[in-house]
Design a protein. Structure first.
Lengths: 357, 407, 357, 407
C-alpha cells in the first residue's frame, strides 16, 4: 500500500535520470528535429539493451526484466522529463496487450524481440475501433498510431462479426500502407495506418479485456511521461524566476509569478501522488487499476498544459523563441493530452467505472 | 520498536475499538462542533480511551502518555478509520497546545496539564486569531503586561473553536510593542474560567455559530503561565500553525461530507441533474481531485513516518484541500440546479449541501488564506525570493495593523 | 447602435441609485430577514408609484411609463446593486408575456394594475413546462416561482393537447396552493405553486413566442441585477483592500489580491458591455435580442459568483460573519445563477440560436 | 464639425472603397506579417489612399493630414470594416511613432517625416523591447552617447515587427545611467538603413519568423534625431505603450482568425467533435466571450469619441483579449481532439488552428504581460496601493536588470 518509492526504485530512477542527462539530453531532440529522424538508434539500443527498459513489464521467460509497473512508471517519468524520443511506449502497449491475451505462440514469437528492443512493435489503437476483419483480412484506417512507420509488427484491433479481435500484422504485409505524419510533438513519431484487405493473424484470448487493459496501461504510461515533463517544465520556470530580474527584483518575488508557480507545484504534487497510486494498483490491486490510472491521467493532463503554458509566458519573449525549449514542452503537453482519449473521454470512462463499481 | 510489538498493539486496538467505539455511519455527519450536551459523553469516552492505553500513544509515560512510537500511532489511526470516535472536543488540545507544552513547557506545566488533557478531564482551546491581525497573525494586539510575577491580559481573540467548553487555552499576546512584531510575542496558558474572560458565540454566514469571540478584560495570569520564554512565543506559534496546516490539509473530507463525490453523486442521481454529460464529468473530476488530495495526504504521512519532515509541503495539502472544497461547491451548484433557489425547502440532504456551499468560502480561510499558503509554497518549497517585507524590521508600534491606523 | 448611456439614462440611473441609498439601503434587507416579510410595502409603493419602475416596459395606454428595455436594465442594475427585495422582476416578466400575447382583454385588465404596482403578478415558469391543461383546468406543480405567495394573479404556462398555452389564474382560485420557500437569497421571495384542477383563463396569442420572449427578458433582467450586485460586491471588496493592512501594507498592494480584483474588474467590464448591448437589442434589434440577452447572462453569471466568493475570502474572517453583508451577495449570486436556466442551459440555448441563425 | 459634412465624408469613403479596396474574404487570412513581395503593392495602395484624402484623417493639413475630426476617422473605420486594406506595413508607423512625433516632435521632424509616412513613401517601426528588459521596459540597456551634436547608438532590440522593410524607427535608449531608470531615457529617430544597423529574423515556436532582432553597432544618429527632450523619453514611451495596449486590446480577432468562434465551430462541425455537449457549450461560451470583448472595445471607442479618456482601461481590453486567446486555445484543443497529435498532417484549416494554438501563449505577452496589465488595472483603474517598488529611486546602474547581474 505504500506510495513512497523504496530505495531500489529511487536508485533505478537515478540511473534513468543519469542516462537521460548523459545520453539523451534535449540537445539530442534538437538533432532529431533537424534530421527528421524519429529517434536515435543508438539511444534506443542503450535504453533497451543496456538499461532493459523495453522489457520492464515482460516476464523473464521471454527475456524481460519482469520488474513490474511501478518500475515502468518510474522510468517513463524520467524519460518524459527529458522528452526522450523512442518507440518505448509503442512497444510497451503492444507487450501489454500480448500479455493479457492468451496466445502463447504469439507471445513466444514477439515478446523476446520487444524485450530486447530489436523488434519495434506498436498497437494500432486510437479512439473507437473501426477497422473491420472480414474472412481473415483487415480493412480500415487508424490514426494516430505511435511509431507506425518504424514498426516491424502492428497489433491491430478489428471488428469481426459482433465481436472484437486483435490481429498481428507484418509491416511488409500486402495492402498495408503507413503514412508518417508531421507530429506536433517533436519527441513523438506518429503515422496513419491504412489497411486494404491486409492479411492479419488473429490472436487468441479475450481481446476486449486486453484492449481495456491497454487503455489503462496507456493512461498509466502517459501520466508518468506527462508528470515527468510537467516537473521538468516547472523546474525550468522556477529556476528562471529565481535569476530573471524585473523592477529590481527576481520575478519570482512577485506574487503574480510566485502564486502561479505555487499553484502548479500543488497540482504537480497531487498528480504525483495519483501516479504513485496508479502504479501500485497495476501491480497490487488489479480491480482498482482502471480507476486509479484514469485518476492519474486526469490529474496530470490539463495541469501539465497549464504548466507548459506558464513556462512560455513566464519566460517572457525568450520563451516564445524556437531556440528555447519551452515550446517543446508545450507541444508535448497538448499532444499527450489528446493521445488515447482526451480528458473528456477519460472523465466519461472514469464516471462509468465509478457508477459500475 | 519491533514489528511484532506494533502488530500486537494493532490487534489490541482493533478488538478494543470493535468492543467500545461507535462505527462511522454512512449517514450525513452533523456539520461543525459537537453540542454541549455531548461534551460530558466525550469526556467519558476519552477517559476510557486513556484507560485502555490509546491516549497520548507517542507521549512520554511520565506525563500520562504511552511512550510508544509513530508506528503505533499510525497503526491506531488506521484501525480507527472506520469509527467515529466521540473525542472532537479534545482534537485541538491534543493536536496543538499539548505537543507545544510537551516540547517547550516547563516540567511543572507538563506534570500539571498533560495527564488531565489525556484523561479527558480538561478541555483546551487555542487562542491565536484576532480581528485586526487576520492572515498576518504576528500583528496581534492582545497585550500581556507584567505585574510582579504575574501578567495582566487584555484584548480580543476570535474564531476560537470550543472556547465555550474549554478549561484552558494556549494564547499568544504582545509583551513588547517596541520591537519588530515577531520579537515581542509570548505564549501563555490562560484559565478560561478566570474572572475577566468572556466567551461569545460568533454567528456566521450559514446562520450557525461554530466559533467564538473571546474577550479578555484585565485577566490575571499567575506566575508560571508562560510557555517557553518571554518574547519568544512566535517560534512556538509557528510550530503550532504548521501543525494546524498539515492537520487541516491532510484530514481530507470524509465520504459523508455533503460536498464529497459520494454525497453529490448520490444527490445528482436523485435530482436527475447527473444525467447531463458535463455534470457527470464534473463529478468524475471531483472524484479524481478528492482522491488525489487524499493520496497526497497519505504520501505526506508516509514520508513523516519514514522520518522525512513534510516541512512547508503541509501548505500544499492545505491549499489543495481549500481548492478542493471550492471546486466541490461549483459541482454542488451544478448538481443542485434550481433546487438551490428555494434554499433546501426542508429536504435535509439538499439543506446540508447548501449550508456546506455557503460555509466553504469562509472556511477556506481558516488556518491561513490560500494566498498565505501560496507564499509559503513559493518561498519555502520552490525557493523563490521573498517578498521584500516592510514589516520585518519595523517596531510593532510603528506598523500599520488591521484597519485601525488608516483613517 | 450606441452602447454608452445617454444623458437621460445616466440621470435616471442616478435617481434610482439615490432611491436605493435613501429608501432601501441594505439595512432594510436586514429588517426583512428579521421579520420574515418578503419585501417592504412602503418601499414597493415608492418604487412603483413614485419612481414608476413597475411600468417601465408597459405602454402609456395601460398606465405605464413606456420607457423601454434600456431604461429597465438601468433600473434593475441599481436595484440589484442594493439587493433591493421587491416583486418587480415577477411583475415585469408577467407584463412581458402579456405584451407578447395578443389578448387585448387580459392586457386591459392586468397591465394597469401591474404598472401602478397595485397588482402583484408573476409568471409561473421554471425549467420545462410540465403543468397540464385539461378542459380548461390546470394540474401540476411549478417551482421556484417568484413572489408566488404574494401574487394576486399568476400566469401559468401549461401543455394542452400538442401545444402550449398561457393561463391566467387568480390567487384565490380553488385548487391552487402556494407554499413559500425559505429562499436562499434573502432578497428574493419564492414559492412552490401546486395546481390541482385549477380553473385558468386561456390567453389568446402565440404562447410559445411569448414564453420565449419571457426567457430572453428574464436573461436581460437577471443579467442587469447580477451586474449591479457584482459591481457592488466588487466595490465593497476593493474599498476594503485599500484600508485593511497586513504585513505593513494595504492588502490591495499584494498582487495576490490586486490581480484577483483586476481579473474581476475585467470580467465586470465585459459583462457590462454585454448588458448594454442586450438592452439595446431589446429595443432596437429584436432578431438579435435572444442571443444578446443570453450573452449578457452568460457573461455575468459565473463571474458574479466568483466576485461574491472573493468578497467573502478577501474580507478574511469578518467576511464570513452573519453581520457582514458579504454572504448576502454570495447567496444572491448562487441563487440568481440558477433562476430561469443555469449557465449550462443558457449555453445550450445560445448554441441553438447560433446554429439556427 | 457638422453632421452633414461627416455624412458626405462617409459617402465619399464608401464609394471610394467600393471602387478601390479589396473586400475582406471569408477565407482564412494569412497569419502574421505581409510578405516582402507585398510591400511595394502596399506602398502603392497607401499612396492612392493618401491621394483620395483618407490618410491621416485627423492629422493637421500642414503635415499632410486631412485636418478632420474623430467623427470622420470613425466613419471611415466603419465603412472600411468590410475591406481588407493592404496597408499592414504602415500600421505601426501611423499608430505609434507618427502620433508621437506629431505631439512631441520638432517642427522640422514633423515636416520631414509625417507627409512621407502618410503617402506610403517611408515605412516605420518601433524599437522598444530588449531581451534583458522584458516587462520592465524602462530597464532598457541600449545606450546613446553624445558625440558633439550627434549621438552614438549601441545595443540590441528585439520583437521588432517590420524592421526588415522599415526605413525609420522610433527607438528609446539610455542616455543617463546614473539616475533612476525612468529619468535617463531618450527617444530618437533612427535611420534603419544607416551603417551599423543589422536586422535578423527571429524564429519563434511556430517555426515562422514574424519578428526581428535589431542590432546597433556604433550607429551614428545625426543632430535633430531626438524626439522631445533628452532624458524625457519615458513619458513619450508611456503614451506609445498605452496606445499600443488599446490598439491590441480593441482590435478584436477577426471572424476569420483560426481561433475565432466562427472558424472553430465550422471545424467542430467538420470533425464531428462539436457533437459533444460540453464542446458545444465551450464553443457557445467562446462566442459570448468574443462578443463581449468586441463590445467592450466598442464601448471604449464610443467613450473616446465622447471625449472620455479610456486611460488605463485599455489594459482591461488588452488583458481580456489575451485571455480570450488563451481560452480559445483550450476550445481549439477540444475541437481538434486527436487531430492535434498529427500536427495538421496537411489539412490547411487544422494546420492554421494548431499554429495559432502554438503561437498564443507567446503572443499574449506582446504589448505587456497579463501580470503587467493586472497591475495597471489594480492600481490605476481600481486605485489599489502600488507595489512598494525598490526600483523607482535607485540609480539605473545599481539596479538588477535581466539575468545579467545575478550570476
Amino acid at each position: 500500500m505504500a506510495l513512497v518509492l523504496n530505495a531500489e526504485e529511487e536508485e533505478f530512477a537515478d540511473s534513468v535520470r543519469r542516462f537521460v542527462a548523459e545520453r539523451s539530453p534535449r540537445a539530442k531532440l534538437r538533432e532529431l528535429m533537424a534530421s527528421g529522424q524519429p529517434y536515435h538508434g543508438d539511444v534506443w539500443r542503450q535504453m533497451s539493451g543496456g538499461l532493459g527498459l523495453s522489457g520492464l513489464i515482460i516476464p523473464a521467460e521471454y527475456g524481460g526484466a519482469e520488474a513490474g509497473y511501478r518500475v515502468l512508471a518510474v522510468a517513463l517519468t524520467e524519460l518524459g522529463a527529458g522528452l526522450v524520443s523512442s518507440p518505448l511506449l509503442a512497444g510497451t502497449l503492444a507487450a501489454g496487450v500480448l500479455l493479457r491475451l492468451d496466445d502463447k505462440d504469439a507471445q513466444g514469437r514477439l515478446l523476446p524481440g520487444i524485450a530486447s528492443g530489436e523488434l519495434i512493435a506498436t498497437l494500432a489503437l486510437a479512439g473507437d475501433v473501426t477497422v473491420r476483419a472480414d474472412g481473415g483480412t483487415l480493412t480500415g484506417e487508424v490514426a494516430p498510431v505511435l511509431n507506425a512507420a518504424q514498426a516491424g509488427v502492428l497489433l491491430v484491433p478489428a471488428l469481426a462479426g459482433g465481436g472484437i479481435g486483435v490481429y498481428e500484422v507484418e509491416a511488409a504485409a500486402a495492402g498495408l500502407s503507413v503514412a508518417a505524419a508531421p507530429a506536433l510533438d517533436h519527441s513523438r513519431s506518429v503515422g496513419t495506418v491504412r489497411l486494404d484487405g491486409v492479411a492479419g493473424r488473429p490472436l487468441a484470448g479475450d481481446a476486449a479485456r486486453a484492449l481495456g487493459f491497454a487503455r489503462d496501461l496507456a493512461n498509466l504510461a502517459l501520466a508518468a511521461e506527462q508528470l515527468g515533463a510537467f516537473g521538468a517544465a516547472l523546474e525550468m520556470t522556477v529556476e528562471y524566476a529565481k535569476i530573471r530580474a524585473a523592477f529590481g527584483r527576481p520575478i519570482g518575488a512577485f506574487q503574480g509569478v510566485k502564486h502561479r508557480l505555487a499553484n502548479l507545484r500543488t497540482d504537480w504534487e497531487l498528480a504525483h501522488a495519483a501516479l504513485l497510486d496508479a502504479a501500485r494498483a497495476a501491480d497490487e490491486r488489479p480491480g482498482d487499476f482502471a480507476a486509479a490510472a484514469a485518476v492519474a491521467r486526469v490529474s496530470v493532463s490539463d495541469a501539465y498544459v497549464a504548466a507548459a503554458t506558464a513556462t512560455i509566458q513566464l519566460h517572457g519573449g525568450i520563451g516564445f523563441t524556437w531556440e528555447h525549449d519551452a515550446h517543446l514542452y508545450y507541444k508535448n503537453a497538448i499532444s499527450q493530452n489528446a493521445l488515447f482519449g482526451d480528458p473528456r473521454a477519460q472523465l466519461d470512462r472514469l464516471r462509468t467505472l465509478l457508477t459500475a463499481g | 520498536m519491533s514489528e511484532q510489538s506494533v502488530t500486537s498493539f494493532r490487534d489490541r486496538a482493533r478488538s478494543w475499538l470493535a468492543a467500545n467505539a461507535p462505527r462511522r455511519s454512512d449517514a450525513q455527519e452533523p456539520d461543525g462542533e459537537p453540542q454541549a450536551a455531548g461534551v460530558a459523553a466525550q469526556r467519558e469516552f476519552q477517559a476510557k480511551l486513556y484507560d485502555a492505553g490509546f491516549a497520548g500513544i507517542t507521549w512520554p509515560k511520565e506525563y500520562g502518555g504511552q511512550g510508544l512510537t509513530n508506528a503505533e500511532q499510525i497503526a491506531f489511526g488506521e484501525e480507527a478509520r472506520g469509527y467515529a470516535l466521540p473525542t472532537g472536543v479534545f482534537f485541538i488540545g491534543l493536536g496543538m497546545p499539548g505537543p507545544t507544552i510537551l516540547e517547550m513547557g516547563s516540567e511543572a506545566q507538563k506534570k500539571r496539564y498533560l495527564p488531565k488533557m489525556l484523561r479527558g478531564e480538561e478541555i483546551w482551546c487555542q487562542l491565536f486569531s484576532e480581528p485586526a491581525a487576520g492572515s498576518d497573525v504576528a500583528s496581534l494586539t492582545t497585550s500581556a503586561v507584567r505585574d510582579g510575577d504575574e501578567w495582566l491580559l487584555n484584548g480580543q481573540k476570535v474564531w476560537t473553536s470550543g472556547a465555550q467548553w474549554s478549561d484552558y487555552g494556549a494564547i499568544i499576546a504582545r509583551t513588547d510593542p517596541t520591537v519588530p512584531k515577531h520579537n515581542g510575542i509570548t505564549m501563555f496558558i490562560v484559565d478560561m474560567h478566570a474572572p475577566g474572560v468572556t466567551v461569545r458565540p460568533l454567528k456566521v454566514a450559514t446562520g450557525s455559530s461554530p466559533f467564538n469571540e473571546v474577550f479578555f478584560d484585565n485577566v490575571r495570569l499567575p506566575a508560571g503561565s508562560v510557555i517557553g520564554e518571554v518574547n519568544n512565543g512566535w517560534a512556538a506559534a509557528v510550530v503550532m500553525l504548521r501543525n494546524e496546516r498539515v492537520t487541516i490539509g491532510t484530514m481530507g473530507s470524509p465520504r459523508t461530507s455533503p460536498l464529497s463525490y459520494h454525497s453529490l453523486s448520490a444527490l445528482a442521481a436523485r435530482l436527475g441533474t447527473g444525467a447531463d454529460v458535463e455534470v457527470a464529468r464534473r463529478l468524475a473530476r471531483l472524484y479524481a481531485r478528492e482522491r488525489s488530495v487524499r493520496l497526497f495526504g497519505q504520501l505526506l504521512r508516509e514520508e513523516a513516518m519514514a522520518g522525512r519532515d513534510p516541512g512547508a509541503r503541509g501548505s500544499v495539502a492545505k491549499l489543495a484541500g481549500a481548492e478542493l472544497a471550492m471546486s466541490a461547491c461549483e459541482v454542488a451548484e451544478a448538481v443542485l440546479g434550481q433546487a438551490v433557489v428555494a434554499g433546501g425547502a426542508g429536504d435535509p440532504e439538499i439543506d446540508a449541501v447548501i449550508m456546506a456551499v455557503i460555509g466553504s468560502p469562509g472556511s477556506s480561510v481558516a488556518g491561513g488564506t490560500n494566498e498565505i499558503q501560496r507564499n509559503i509554497i513559493g518561498e519555502r518549497v520552490l525557493g523563490l525570493a521573498k517578498d521584500p517585507g516592510v514589516d520585518r524590521g519595523t517596531p510593532f508600534n510603528q506598523l500599520r495593523v488591521g484597519t485601525l491606523n488608516t483613517k
